[in-house]
Write a protein that binds this ligand. Sequence first.
Ligand SMILES: Nc1ncnc2c1ncn2[C@@H]1O[C@H](COP(=O)(O)OP(=O)(O)OP(=O)(O)O)[C@@H](O)[C@H]1O
Ligand SMILES: [Zn+2]
Length: 743
Amino acid sequence: MTQPGTPDAGKAEALVFRVEGMDCASCAGTITTALGHLPGVSDINVSVTRERMALSLDAARTPVGAIEKAVRSLGFVPTLLDGKSDAAPPAATPHRHDHEHEHGLACAHDRAHGAPVASIKTETPWWRSVKSRHAAIGVVLVALSFAAEFFWPQSSRYVFSAATLVLVAPIAKRAFAAARLGAPFTIQMLMSIASIGALIIGAVEEAAVVVLLFLIGEVLEGLAAARARSGIKALGSLIPRTAMVEDGGNLHEVSTDQLAIGQTVVCRPGDRIPADGVVLAGISSVDESPMTGESVPVAKQEGSAVFAGSINHDASLRIRVERAPSDNTIARIIALVEDAQEARAPTERFIDRFSRLYMPAIVAFSALVAIVPPLAGFGTWDEWIYRGLALLLIGCPCALVISVPAAIASGLSAGARHGVLIKGGAVIETLAEAKTVAFDKTGTLTMGRPRVTDVVAADGDEARLIAIAAAIERESSHPLAAAIVDHANEAAASFIAGEDIRAIAGRGMEGRVDGREAFIGAPRFAAEAGGVSDDLAEAAAAFESKGKTVAVVVLDGAAIGLVAMRDEPRPDAGAGIAALRELGVDSVMLTGDNARTGNAIAARLGMQARAELLPQNKVEEIRRLAANGKVVMVGDGINDAPALAAASIGVAIGSGTDVAMETADAALMGSRITDVAGMIALSRATMRNIHQNVAIALGLKAVFLITTVTGLSGLWIAVLADTGATVLVTMNAMRLLAFRPGR
Ligand SMILES: Nc1ncnc2c1ncn2[C@@H]1O[C@H](COP(=O)(O)OP(=O)(O)OP(=O)(O)O)[C@@H](O)[C@H]1O
Ligand SMILES: [Zn+2]
């Protein structure tokens, strides 16, 4: 084969393949080991749940075609995903967010030697797959063999032997392909040795049935794996396939994939919105539960942002498309969850290491069982070889290997469907152990929309006080500033211009008004900036003990008045804290606000408060809390980013899509405090599920190890135990899909 003369030959390139047919989780291990022996191949990462294989390849040393050939020889169907043209066919997977783009795919090589490019097939229905056909042939051949036994008992052993050989041949072929590529320990190898060995010792019926059961088991495993995969794909199916685009007054239907930014689409009541965009006309209510998990419809009118996948309830909406299909919120959520499934949990890494040793250990043990007892004079050779062969079949670690990723994939999907995005297994493990949750106050526990409730001017001129305050606050992005400016506008306060205005982070604002030095900020800082009269200080304290935040206005070193503001707690904040307490998790409020206000609000919510914290103090506080165990920090990501980063797990919370979901370890799309407890409960449920799965997998192996050695069970049971455990573990993991966090 000629090497394509690409300029970057000799350098490694990242490639991503779709690989079909990986149901047994140890398949991933086989592929990794086998390809790892090829020159120029590195960084192999195989995901059974996503049917993906990523690797970096130096095409000068091994051509892409050789990779595909190797994977095919192992019994799987690889398809190179083209990163440049969108490989997904619109009908089958219209909204696949192919973030494979980010891996920088090459497509020059494969065109050169004719490998399939841009041809992701639709998923083969299971009854048409190679495995199902293989199993069907198996049923027919084994049935014929039993018929032959009935009619011609003398020749039946040859019929059974022939059937076994026909059925085991493709399995053995895969086994030898893997062995040649450096992966001798595969379930196919164990299966081939066991069935051919059984033929040799004369257990012909069993040999045939064992191969048949193995083939049926593979079909079942494939079915279970496909169901497990469908969890997150379901999110993608929320986007309609077509959209009505308005074009010069005419409406015509186009594929959602083809939508471009700036186009106008019309969404009728009852339909799902096809793209992220802005409402141009129409008043309706929209169910955004696919993004936020919140099924109470949200009112939309001209100027409102809407998201692809949400359901338009009442009336037609004209929407301007603001995001490309591959970039919309739901696509980003899907991509995040898919990436999260790749992030391996520590438990998973441990099990992977364990299972790499497990299979060779069982093979060695089987050999001992087959040889030692008869040598020592216990029983016959046939009897012990039979037990040794049956033991080989116990050596498949499939169920164990799939136990962690299956549970994590289900847990992540269950969360994502309710607006709880968790970025991987490691995050789940840590969340499950959380001891303390620290909450930012403003915008997290509270709505983040303070309103001015009281204005006190030392000289009685409240309008002027508000005008001065607004003159400075106009330049601030702080929510308190917005409240004061809003209030000034509502009260139609006269406009005063400020100069030289600057923010003093965590304290307030400074500047010049009417040629005088002005400061606005918390009373304790106002006291530093100048005199605060006893009357004003007393008034401030009274407001603060009611949970209000006070800003004092200082002019030329003397306080001239104050503005009190109230920021309402989120409606479910109290319930959210109570739910955490029920889980045995402590809640702490971290706030830059003063202690009286913080304590007043915290007391109402039933939690502790740490107040008057500058941003760096919040980080120190997180470190202090971490001495008692894992700390989760929940914040809106606006001025608490360092604290979010310092916590064991940083959780971003926000309404719908303003969430800083890409940066945090987890994101709550629905702005519900109750989701924090829901997320921890989901993580604990996922960990419980993992432990159950490991127990099922190891327990069944242990039981059948004993019954096999003692001769209580034979070949059939050993195969049933293997595939049965895999199916059981997958099914158990899928129970998590029904978990509803926070409800
Ligand atoms: N622009 C401003 N106007 C008035 N007061 C301010 C301003 N900026 C900060 N402050 C004062 O400084 C305090 C701390 O501000 P900071 O921004 O650190 O906390 P916050 O965002 O209000 O509260 P939290 O820490 O709960 O999010 C505020 O409570 C307020 O009293
Ligand atoms: Zn298996």
